[in-house]
Design a protein around this ligand. Structure first.
Ligand code: IPE
Ligand code: IPE
Ligand code: MG
Length: 235
């Protein structure tokens, strides 16, 4: 038996479809989705989750309309500002993964501010992936390693799994035990490609704005019945 997952990563999908089905603009779905994040952050520690990583904006999501992209960026900024107090009170440490330089400088400042403000919190590690793509992350890590090799600081033969893991945005995070994708899509869409090598996957038909702590609790219980083998034969 696997026990409970310590690190749960979520591909929060289905906001647009949720809103469209109700005849509302897609951004209404994103707003409702942000409310769900708050609830899940609140309930996660009670389910034994110590690390929660959520996919908020991919490196491919820039292909969407300017209105949707700007709306999402505004939501991220407001989330940080409005939740700072509660996250501090509830012991949530907030971090971000993804390539930041393409983001609005004001948003980048807010991200750095909340990371600093919550850095001593230990009850829950919340990581938000913004302008994140697994391929982009691995490419940047390889560039950093190549630069060290070129500078004569690193022997190519010393480049191993640990070295690459340490060059990724997730260097301070354990690998996810469980990756959940909502909305019924069964693909990874460039999320935590390296880190999820041995993660368990759960695909839920529920659209993210309908995803409740109860749904998460059921998934966590199911995870407890799984057998993780990591390639070995268990007796
Ligand atoms: C997930 O919901 C949130 C983001 C990708 C930003 P979507 O916006 O992808 O919703 P659907 O998949 O179109 O329903
Ligand atoms: C993945 O969802 C990205 C996020 C949830 C942030 P998408 O909706 O962008 O993925 P595809 O396009 O359906 O693969
Ligand atoms: Mg989607």
């Amino acid at each position: 038996m696997a026990g409970g997952p310590e690190h749960v990563a979520i591909i929060m999908d289905g906001n647009g479809r949720w809103a469209t089905a109700k005849g509302w603009p897609r951004l209404v779905g994103h707003r409702k989705g942000a409310e769900r994040v708050k609830e899940i952050v609140r309930c996660a520690p009670d389910l034994g989750i110590r690390w929660l990583t959520v996919y908020a904006f991919s490196t491919e999501n820039w292909k969407r309309s300017t209105r949707e992209v700007l709306g999402l960026m505004g939501l991220f900024a407001r989330y940080i500002q409005r939740e700072a107090e509660e996250m501090s009170a509830e012991g949530v440490r907030m971090r971000f993964i993804g390539e930041r330089r393409r983001l609005d400088p004001k948003l980048q400042d807010l991200m750095a501010w909340i990371e600093e403000r919550t850095r001593n919190n230990t009850r829950l590690n919340l990581t938000v992936a913004i302008n994140y793509g697994g391929r982009d992350e691995i490419t940047r890590a390889v560039q950093a390693i190549a630069a060290q090799v070129q500078a004569g600081q690193l022997d190519p033969a010393a480049v191993d799994h640990a070295c690459l893991s340490a060059a990724l945005d997730t260097r301070d995070l354990p690998d996810p035990d469980l990756v959940i994708r909502t909305s019924g899509e069964t693909r990874v869409s460039n999320f935590l490609l390296w880190q999820s090598a041995y993660s368990e996957y759960e695909f839920s038909p529920v659209l993210w704005p309908d995803f409740t702590p109860e749904v998460l609790a059921e998934i966590v219980t199911r995870y407890g019945h799984r057998e993780r083998r990591f390639g070995a034969v268990l007796s």
